[in-house]
Design a protein around this ligand. Structure first.
Ligand SMILES: [Zn+2]
Length: 372
């Protein structure tokens, strides 16, 4: 690249960035996209005829183009709010109808007047006659997925209540995930709805999005992360290139997503089993661990839901992890802040009385068996 091109490129780029920011700051709703908008793709038409007004014309076309690109981005954000679906009755994702009422609820379609219908995932599987629905009620619930096409989801929605611009292209519902949760809310299970939807931009160009609906924990390495990344990059190719058979291609992406969600769950449970086997030769609990277990009050017990181990807070930051069958998985030392962080992030939840009792019994059975 020549020196001249390099300098020119930098100047054009910097001036354009300033211009785009300026236009964005004047737009209502601009603040919605500002934090997430990292780049815009612009078309430049440079006239090679020496007409007097080409520069003015260039500026005019460019400004209108930037305007339209930013309007599309704002429209997109206004229609896709993470964790919420689109309510046709209220014309957006902001209302109370747009959010699942509990961690077990998934999207099930629209009422005639446009409000979303939410259903318990087990109920949905029952109505769809999923052959493994009974296994959702197991102690360790099964993981099932359902792929629905858009027709089934908007069948009841009356034409008059259909908002323009937003279109649902199908979804996968999946559950149950087990997640950290409060004991008082019963079994901590989570069902999710993955929706593919599009917003029509000003130029009639569609932008596709994948939204995850559900009461997900705020942070953590979620088992749906990689499948979702895959689906998002597959969707990104839809807006570009050939536009034929969109429905078929979206259906393919939804099926691919469902398959990957299943695979991810299967390999996770395999990993958990392997982790368990490694400790099977298992040392007897150390004396300190037994003493700490003995002395621990009900406030000192937590459950690490990622692997189901009982966490026992002992003296001086000693922290012991017991499996449900009474093996000491490990003992570590945590600072007060370290423990606080685990609680804050929801990685540990307070253990229920019966969970503590179960592990205590198993530990003493093991100790008896080994003659100590
Ligand atoms: Zn609403």
């Amino acid at each position: 690249m020549s020196d001249r091109a390099g300098k020119l490129g930098k100047k054009i780029h910097d001036d354009m960035a300033v211009l785009v920011r300026e236009i964005l700051s004047r737009k209502p709703g601009g603040h919605l996209v500002d934090p997430t908008l990292h780049e815009v793709i612009l078309e430049l038409v440079v006239s090679l005829n020496d007409a007097e007004d080409s520069a003015a014309c260039f500026a005019d076309v460019l400004t209108r183009h930037i305007d339209r690109v930013l309007d599309d981005a704002i429209q997109h954000v206004a229609m896709f709010r993470p964790g919420r679906t689109f309510c046709h009755r209220c014309g957006g994702p902001e209302c109370e109808h747009a959010e699942p009422p509990s961690s077990r609820h998934v999207f099930a379609g629209y009422r005639p007047t446009g409000t979303p219908v939410w259903k318990d995932f087990a109920q949905q599987c029952l109505e769809e006659r999923h052959e493994q629905v009974d296994r959702l009620y197991d102690d360790k619930p099964a993981f099932l997925t359902l792929v629905r096409d858009p027709e089934a989801l908007r069948r009841d929605l009356l034409e008059a209540f259909r908002a323009k611009g937003y279109r649902l292209h199908g979804q996968v519902t999946a559950g149950f995930y087990t997640v950290p949760g409060k004991v008082t809310e019963g079994r901590a299970v989570l069902a999710l709805t993955f929706q593919v939807a599009s917003a029509a931009g000003a130029g009639g160009k569609k932008s596709f999005g994948l939204n995850i609906l559900g009461r997900t924990p705020e942070e953590g390495l979620f088992p749906w992360r990689r499948p979702v990344q895959w689906a998002q990059s597959a969707l990104a190719t839809l807006g570009r290139g050939r536009q034929d058979d969109l429905d078929g291609r979206i259906e393919g992406i939804l099926n691919g997503l469902a398959r990957r969600l299943q695979q991810e769950q299967r390999s996770r449970s395999r990993r958990t089993r392997h982790a368990g086997q490694r400790h099977d030769a298992g040392d007897r609990p150390t004396r300190k661990a037994l003493e700490d277990l003995e002395a621990a009050g009900s406030d000192d017990f937590y459950l690490d839901e990622r692997n189901g181990t009982l966490v026992v807070l002992g003296q001086r930051g000693r922290t012991h992890f017991f499996s449900a069958d009474g093996r000491l998985v490990s003992s570590v030392r945590y600072s007060r802040e370290g423990i606080g962080g685990k609680l804050k992030n929801g990685l540990w939840r307070r253990a229920a009385g019966e969970e503590i009792e179960t592990v205590r019994k198993q530990v003493s059975a093991r100790a008896d068996a080994s003659g100590s």
